[in-house]
Write a protein that binds this ligand. Structure first.
Ligand code: MN
Length: 228
């Protein structure tokens, strides 16, 4: 590699359960309103409209035990989501082939500055300020699909200070895992290292400093964080 005129950015690397090697992140895609009950709670029609996507930055992902409350918001919401990590990609991937592109799964939280998102929605502006801020996507260790298969049925849940707030099932996804990859690959050329956050069930809500968040996806793992 040729020398760089400024220091090159550090690669974003995620731990994989049971492996010494890490998973390198390229891009982070997120699916909006992919559980009917969450679409309803956000005031939308849960019918099967084409899925929509937004992005976070690769370096918004991190593995740690705390979440620093971000600036410029007084309404930061949790959204627990299963995460897919791709080992290969392409354009126009048929749904029947899509799961062969998945390296593994994890779970994460799509933290959202809801007050800023509401403002952006009202003004018809894009969501980056609400979604793509620093530390906005803590994630668990990934688990290879070779070990657990492709989880499409099972509890997805989140507790705040020991109280259950989100209590869904992966089988409630409006767009299923292969369909998410197929649809996304019509819009973008997917590649190894891409991470997809697959949407959140109902029960999203605000957090405050000091809150203890625990969340999990059956068969995939758990994640615990303190809001600092
Ligand atoms: Mn989300």
């Amino acid at each position: 590699m040729r020398a760089t005129v400024i220091p090159a950015p550090e690669p974003v690397l995620l731990d994989v359960m049971g492996e010494t090697e890490q998973f390198p992140v390229r891009r982070v895609y997120c699916v909006g309103r992919n559980y009917a009950d969450h679409a309803i709670e956000m005031g939308h029609d849960p019918s099967r409209e084409p899925p929509f996507f937004f992005q976070k930055n690769a370096d918004n992902l991190y593995q740690g035990d705390s979440f620093p409350y971000p600036p410029l918001s007084s309404s930061v919401h949790y959204e627990v989501e299963m995460v897919m990590a791709l080992s290969s990609g392409g354009a126009d991937i048929p749904a029947e082939e899509a799961l062969s592109k998945v390296y593994g799964y994890g779970l994460g939280i799509d933290f959202t500055r809801r007050d800023l998102q509401d403002q952006m929605k009202k003004m018809g502006r894009s969501w980056e300020v609400a979604k793509a801020f620093e530390n906005s996507a803590p994630v668990s260790a990934l688990v290879p699909a070779a070990k657990i298969g492709h989880p499409q049925d099972g509890a997805i849940w989140l507790d705040v200070n020991g109280t259950r707030k989100q209590d869904g099932n992966l089988n409630q996804m409006i767009w299923k895992l292969p369909e998410i990859i197929a649809e996304l690959s019509k819009l973008f050329v997917l590649a190894p290292g891409d991470v997809i956050m697959t949407g959140t069930p109902a029960g999203v809500g605000p957090i405050v400093k000091g809150d203890k968040i625990t969340c999990g996806v059956d068969g995939v793992g758990e994640l615990s964080l303190t809001v600092v």
